[in-house]
Ligand binder design. Structure first.
Ligand code: GDP
Ligand code: MG
Length: 312
């Protein structure tokens, strides 16, 4: 949770209802009434985990470890199996650092976050929600509108800046995203802002173009402040399942991603994808989106996320 008071278990649990149905309820049905969890049952559970977007590697590892574990456990009750699966799923995130947001805020002034991802995943919405979180934490926040490709992009971001009650830098004349990024950072230094959030356009149709564009934005910011951007967060739409995995791979190739934000986990059965992305990419999941509202961005806490899925 750290500096943001943005975690709400019941809201998270509600958002993950379809994911819970897909994972936990299916497993429960499979094992119900079985006195002994045999190999066929374990294979069925493995299949459920794979189809729930958790990923082949993770699903296989879970079942293998479960198999090893139940050999030495006398109690093969249902609860036990679900407990093993739960523990294994939490361990997917073992590599994640604990919350270090406060440290960054103190260390970097201004602390600069670049938000990247393809069109429609929820970048602009996430920038608005993040701005709101930082503002609520008592920080001075400015947003840079570096999506200069869509006419309506500025307007959408202005609405979010107003909602969150934070500053915004727009450049209605320029179509160069890096010039907007530059202006925003300059202003942030001059006017002593604590946090800078830079929204970008996401066009993955041409990889080299994307690389050039993100590279240019980064270079321009870096010229003003040597360590900046201090974070580059990739936004992924959890509802797109396997596509989100591909996007994480593609973006990791072209730029250094320091954190993931997975949106639209409300109302999707594909929430298991969070495990797959994490185990494949080993990039920490920072936040999750569970709704369209300004308060619907939560700090990602692995134990709570798994607990919310398994809490029947
Ligand atoms: N249900 C839901 N919708 C979201 C979430 N995050 C973003 N959206 C919606 O996704 C759509 C695209 O969002 P936008 O921020 O414009 O995406 P961008 O193109 O990446 O900037 C909008 O309709 C948002 O309201 C979320 O966590 N849950
Ligand atoms: Mg946008």
């Amino acid at each position: 949770m750290g500096m943001f008071n943005n975690f709400n278990f019941s809201k998270l649990k509600e958002g993950l209802t379809k994911t819970r149905d897909k994972i936990v309820n299916s497993i429960s049905e499979t094992i119900s009434g079985k006195a002994v969890i045999d190999d066929t049952t374990l294979e069925k559970i493995e299949e459920i985990l794979i189809t729930a977007d958790i990923g082949y590697d993770t699903a296989t590892r879970i079942i293998e470890n479960t198999r090893k574990n139940i050999k030495s456990e006398s109690n093969r009750s249902q609860l036990n199996i679900l407990d093993f699966v739960k523990r294994e799923l939490i361990s997917v995130f073992d590599f994640q650092n604990l919350d270090i947001e406060e440290e960054k805020i103190h260390k970097h002034k201004p602390y600069i976050i670049l938000i990247v991802g393809i069109n429609g995943v929820g970048k602009t919405t996430t920038v608005g929600k993040l701005a709101h979180n930082y503002k609520k934490a008592g920080l001075k926040v400015i947003i840079g509108a570096a999506d200069t490709f869509r006419a309506a992009a500025n307007e959408q971001l202005e609405i979010w800046a107003k909602r969150a009650d934070v500053g915004i830098t727009l450049n209605k004349q320029s179509t160069d995203p890096s010039s907007v990024a530059y202006d925003t950072v300059q202003k942030a230094i001059k006017e002593k802002f604590d946090v800078v959030l830079i929204d970008t356009a996401g066009r993955l149709h041409n990889k080299s173009h994307l690389m050039d564009e993100l590279g240019k934005i980064k270079r321009v910011i870096n010229k003003v402040l040597p360590n900046a951007p201090n974070d580059t967060f990739l936004v992924l739409d959890g509802n797109t399942g396997q596509n989100a995995i591909i996007q994480a791979e593609e973006f990791s190739k072209v730029t250094d991603i320091t954190g993931l934000i997975i949106t639209k986990l409300d109302g999707t059965a594909k929430g298991g994808v969070v495990f797959q992305i994490s185990s494949k990419q080993k990039i920490p999941v920072k936040y999750i989106g569970i709704g369209e509202g300004i308060d619907d961005l939560q700090t990602f806490i692995p134990e709570q996320f798994v607990k919310a899925i398994f809490d029947i």
